[in-house]
Design a protein around this ligand. Structure first.
Ligand code: BT5
Length: 266
């Protein structure tokens, strides 16, 4: 793997070009998890704070799973949002962040990245990255700190992936015919996330859903979903306005699945 220099402030868009993100930007050579850090320190840092890491020792995925990335291989980024408790678009945040990440990849490399429900960024049918949304009540509990975490595989080669993920993971280095510029991916990610988060007073749910569906190849495909220890097989028919997946079950009937509590078999 071609490990480049650590990401730094100069790699990112100038603060004045951003509307919501980047009031503070933190760079860690090593940390447990950029999401965990911002959740712990949610009362300390302002809305829009960004955290990047070269290495996460306890990088996390959804449902207690791990996110694995060798030092310097990836863009590992978390963004802190401070919001009212009842933000309607919260359940659409995995879609928003996945879209931003896929657009960033396309902008920086020309590769057509897609999204896969609920939180994957995909390239040629393999997992290029993932999104983890976590939140915590702030003080009086009238406000909530929301952390958007994005991990994108940039410089890994096949041998860097653990045996359990090698068959369905990919990186830009693997997929791209030309050299990959990790700072350009980080810059584009911040730009696209900022654009989606500040498109209006609140992100537009209908617009997120439309754009997400346009980048997804999920509709009409067969899927196996695990909820509450039970496996459901069926055909994906829609993404509803909350970001839930609507599935026509093989056993009969329709069922909605919520991303935060559903695992999807690859
Ligand atoms: C995700 O979870 O895909 C969310 C990943 C979010 C990572 C970012 S990095 C910055 C921020 N700080 C954190 O601590 N996390 C966020 P999930 O859908 O649960 O996928 C996890 C599963 O993907 C694992 O169980 C593995 O099977 C697989 N996996 C782990 N590392 C991977 C990688 N680098 N590339 C592809 N697949 C991976």
């Amino acid at each position: 793997m071609n490990v480049h220099r650590p990401l730094s402030r100069e790699d990112l868009p100038p603060t004045e070009s951003l509307r919501r993100l980047g009031r503070e930007i933190l760079f860690f050579s090593e940390i447990d998890s950029t999401n965990a850090f911002l959740l712990r320190q949610a009362g300390v840092w302002p809305d829009g704070t960004l955290a990047f890491a070269e290495l996460q020792t306890l990088g996390r995925g959804r449902l207690g799973r791990r996110w694995l990335a060798p030092r310097g291989s990836s863009v590992l980024c978390s963004a802190l949002l401070i919001e009212d408790v009842d933000v309607e678009w919260l359940t659409l945040l995995p879609m928003l962040a996945g879209l931003a990440a896929a657009e960033a990849v396309e902008q920086a490399t020309g590769l057509a990245a897609g999204v896969r429900w609920p939180n994957d960024i995909v390239l040629a049918g393999r997992k290029l990255g993932g999104v983890l949304i976590e939140s915590v009540a702030l003080g009086s509990a009238a406000r909530r700190a929301i952390v958007i975490g994005v991990g994108l595989n940039v410089l890994q080669q096949a041998g860097h992936f653990a045996p359990e993920i090698v068959s369905h993971a990919t990186s830009l280095e693997i997929a791209s015919p030309s050299p990959v510029d990790r700072p350009a991916i980080a810059r584009a990610l911040v730009e696209r996330l900022d654009a989606w988060l500040s498109s209006a007073a609140a992100p537009d749910a209908a617009q997120i859903r439309r754009a997400w569906l346009a980048r997804s190849q999920d509709l009409g495909t067969r899927s196996r979903l695990v909820h509450d220890g039970r496996v459901f097989a069926g055909t994906i028919v829609d993404l509803d306005e909350h970001g839930d997946l609507v599935v026509q079950l093989d056993q009969g009937g329709m069922r909605c699945f919520r991303g935060a509590v559903t695992a999807r078999e690859w």
